[in-house]
Design a protein around this ligand. Structure first.
Ligand SMILES: *Cc1c(COP(=O)(O)O)cnc(C)c1O
Length: 396
């Protein structure tokens, strides 16, 4: 056919040999050979991608990998759906399990965004959050007995910033006994350190933005569950219609991070333990929270359900908010940033940063004291991290 204009339609890139890396399918839709094929795919008689909000091959490859990681040694398979952020994964899961009139049993010291979601979005929709201490299993059982509208339990273990742990096996058991779904935000651990599905928990969510990606360059979240039909039908429909899908580029970056996950987690963990041990010896530190320290209240439970300590820790400086600010400003190596799980060491002073707009009383109730410092220990040479913390402590 004679070329009519300077508009040239490209041919789909076809490969003769397979690329070693998963291709980034930066496409919003997929074309059909003919109308018959389109009908078959739309009617689910033939597998095929249609539109990237529904599914995208790059995203699918990465979510399958995450499902395998999180269900490893659980004895059953799991399904996963990647979403555009940790918050979209959490909101999509909650919207899939809860309806108007239902209640959600959860803890007060959740990730701040999750608490806000429950208070500002879910509650006005008629879904009541009930905040208790999920470590207290008698209290959990009492609530389940007295509130028949509780349809789900949602927890974080270890919790932010105190690293208090919940007994996952016992919580899952109570969920089963009362026919209530259980979900754990496993962002702090990753499946390398803790796999809640193994203890009978129904769903795991992650902000993959943190450790799973590990390099601070992509935003995504994932929902993983043992009930594969529920994930593929009910949760997928919510994801598709709420539009909480993960963009392929973020999934593609996440996959690169996943390749080094075991290496990174081992280094994060070893560094965190060394840093915690160093901090414990300082006369300017009154309390160190790290699940791997002897004497930590939940050390035994952590040993049972966590393969090693996570890279997250927190510690209490003598003195108030002013001391915390002086400590933070003296640091030269650690970075002051409100995220976690990066290869770089990140430090946060909640009282003057993330929680500055929260009432001091409310902040204290949640364990966020004036001198509390949260550290996301990176994978650098641990001596560099310790030297920098020494600099900070000297200025206190
Ligand atoms: C960061 C974080 C979230 C939210 O994830 P985004 O990717 O920022 O949306 C949820 N839970 C925990 C524990 C987190 O650290």
């Amino acid at each position: 056919m004679q070329q009519q204009s300077l508009f040239v339609r490209e041919k789909a890139a076809r490969v003769s040999t397979r690329p070693t890396q998963i291709p980034l399918y930066a496409t919003s839709s997929f074309e059909f050979e003919n109308i018959e094929e389109g009908i078959q795919i739309f009617q689910k008689e033939k597998p095929g991608d249609v539109y990237s909000r529904y599914a995208n091959p790059t995203v699918t490859a990465v979510q399958e990998k995450l499902a395998q990681l999180e269900s490893y040694e659980t004895g059953s398979e799991a399904s996963a759906l990647l979403c555009g952020s940790g918050m979209s994964a959490i909101s999509t899961l909650l919207m899939s399990c809860l309806q108007k009139g239902d209640a959600l049993l959860t803890q007060a010291n959740l990730y701040g965004g999750t608490t806000e979601l429950l208070m500002k979005v879910m509650q006005p929709l008629g879904i009541e959050p009930i905040f208790i201490n999920l470590k207290n299993l008698q209290e959990v059982e009492h609530r389940l007995q007295t509130h028949s509208n509780i349809k789900m339990i949602f927890g974080e273990s270890p919790a932010n910033p105190t690293l208090a742990c919940i007994d996952l096996e016992a919580l899952a058991g109570l969920g089963r006994k009362y026919g209530v779904r259980t979900a754990i935000d496993n962002t702090f651990c990753t499946p390398f350190i803790q796999r809640p599905l193994r203890w009978g928990i129904d769903f795991v969510v992650h902000s993959t933005t943190k450790y799973l990606n590990g390099h601070g360059n992509s935003l995504a979240g994932v929902i993983i569950g043992r009930d594969q039909e529920f994930i593929r039908d009910t949760v997928w429909t919510r994801m598709k219609l709420l539009g909480t899908t993960c963009p392929p580029f973020d999934a593609w970056l996440l996959n690169i991070g996943l390749k080094t996950l075991p290496l990174r987690m081992q280094q994060h963990s070893a560094n965190a333990l060394a840093v915690a041990t160093f901090l414990k010896r300082s006369s300017k530190v009154t309390q160190v929270n790290c699940t791997g320290l002897p004497g930590f209240p939940d050390a035994e439970l952590a040993k049972k359900q966590m393969r090693m300590p996570t890279g997250m820790l927190s510690f209490e400086l003598k003195g108030g908010v002013e001391t915390g600010i002086r400590f933070m400003n003296a640091l030269q190596f650690c970075r002051l940033a409100p995220t976690l799980g990066d290869v770089d060491t990140l430090v946060l002073h909640p009282a003057s940063m993330s929680h500055i707009n929260i009432d001091r009383e409310v902040r204290l109730q949640n364990g966020i004291t004036d001198g509390l410092i949260r550290l996301s220990v990176g994978i650098e040479d641990v001596n560099d991290i310790i030297e920098d913390l020494e600099l900070g402590l000297r200025s206190c």
